[in-house]
Design a protein around this ligand. Structure first.
Ligand code: DWN
Length: 416
């Protein structure tokens, strides 16, 4: 039987079609970062796919070298953002920002692309807005609908936008977080956004920032779900291809550093903000000759692997037991690239019940509920959710008081 491969090599830029793509970093063959598996006594083979990034010198888009069919990645999903109170607070602030920027009135219509369990839309709903989520994961869309957040179980693009438009009318605001960077055809998503927005409407998107990825050596945030790694210039180019115009940007701390951007239909009179012009100028300096910045990043990535492995070997030699906190997607890139397994990390705790009882992809380290930390405490806790370190360390103050240490892997492995 011939089955079609879910992976394809990216030979033309996903933003502009250029064939001049330049390799940046190769992380080897890795399994899908959110494909947590059931413990299987026979140790079933896990498919692994090439993982690396490359840069387009023509439109600046940094992107994967190989993309996996989104239907394989997103039709069922285990990640829900509501597990983190940092994220819930961020959503409340983001909703307030969009309401103010788009001057939304009660009853106005807001659409979120990739709305997951409805955490963000709930913040709009409580402000009296009409909301609709669009999400491709059937299990997660069902959770959102059951919780009272109307959610259409679809991938978003021009066809879905037309369907929403026909049924609900144009949107005053379209919002997406951690979605635009996840799709192999971002321009198609943006064309859908353009079609759905009313003339004075706003598109607000947040995605991890390339600048932060490079500055803080966040190589672990590279995995098959993350197709693009955005600079502001690359985003401006993508929006322009969909008849949208970038008018504002506000850097955010979430997920290791993200870019919040505001786009409007290109016919809108809204001018670009002074803040955006300043950020674009700073970015040009920071990523100037970005070949060198990206080469340095690749070198530092290899150094993190060596240092983390050496540190874990030393801890083991000292008789210390290590567990991990946060069964994150990025954690699986870190574990896979650094070659760490259950021989190095006893278990991973995570409070998302959808992940508990499963094995992390590749490393096959068991994911367990946080209570395990009290019944079977390790000496050291590797923070795979380093982006939520403040929240987690606050919860686990007792662990540090009992002499436990936290190991932060990024930007440099260190015990705190
Ligand atoms: O883009 C993506 C980002 C936004 O989220 C996805 N492709 C997948 C996901 O990436 P991640 O898995 O690296 O995300 P987080 O937000 O770093 O995951 C945090 C994990 O830690 C969750 O599984 C929940 C868990 N957690 C916990 O167990 N206890 C988090 C907190 C704050 C806690 O106290």
């Amino acid at each position: 039987m011939i089955t079609e491969s879910p992976v394809r090599a990216v030979e033309r830029c996903l933003g502009c079609g250029s064939t001049a793509l330049e390799p940046v970093l190769d992380l080897g063959c890795q399994p899908l970062a959110n494909r947590f598996t059931r413990p299987d006594p026979l140790g079933a083979d896990e498919p692994a796919f090439p993982l690396g990034i490359q840069a387009c010198p023509d439109c600046c888009l940094v992107q994967l070298t190989h993309v996996v069919d989104p239907a394989v990645l997103f039709s069922a999903y285990l990640y829900v953002p509501s597990a983190s109170s940092t994220w819930v607070a961020h959503c409340a602030e983001l909703a307030a920002y969009v309401c103010a920027e788009a001057r939304l009135q009660p009853g106005d219509f807001v659409v979120e692309i990739g709305s997951n369990d409805g955490t963000l839309l709930r913040a709009f709903q409580t402000r009296g807005l009409r909301v609709l989520g669009v999400d491709p994961a059937a299990n997660i869309a069902a959770l959102a609908n059951a919780a009272g957040i109307p959610t259409l179980n679809r991938f978003f693009g021009v066809a879905t936008a037309e369907e929403v438009l026909a049924e609900h009318g144009p949107a005053s605001a379209v919002v997406s977080t951690n979605v635009l960077a996840h799709v192999p055809d971002p321009v198609a998503v943006l064309r859908g956004v353009r079609g759905l927005l009313r003339p004075g409407g706003l598109y607000v998107n947040e995605s991890p920032s390339l600048g932060d990825l490079v500055r803080h050596t966040e190589f672990d945030t590279i995995y098959h779900e993350h197709v693009s790694y955005f600079s502001l210039q690359a985003l401006a180019n993508l929006l322009a291809r969909a008849d949208l115009r970038l008018v504002d940007a506000v850097p955010q701390a979430v997920h290791g550093g993200s870019l919040r951007i505001v786009g409007v239909p290109s016919t809108s009179p809204r001018p670009a903000s002074a803040g955006l012009r300043q950020l674009l100028a700073e970015e040009q300096v920071a990523l100037r000759g970005d070949r060198r910045a990206l080469r340095d990043f690749a070198r530092r990535t290899a150094a993190v692997r060596e240092r983390l492995r050496a540190l874990l070997a030393r801890l083991r030699a000292d008789g210390k037991r290590v567990a991990a906190y946060g069964a994150t997607a990025k954690g699986n890139t870190l574990l896979g690239y650094c070659g760490l397994t259950a021989a190095d990390i006893a278990y991973i705790v995570d409070r998302n019940p959808l992940k508990q009882g499963l094995l992390a992809p590749g490393s096959r380290i068991p994911v367990v509920p946080p209570e395990r930390l009290t019944t079977d405490p390790p000496d050291v806790l590797l923070l795979l959710a380093w982006n939520l370190a403040d929240e987690i360390r606050q919860q686990l103050a007792w662990f540090a008081e009992r002499g436990g240490a936290f190991l932060l892997p990024i930007p440099e492995p260190r015990l705190v």
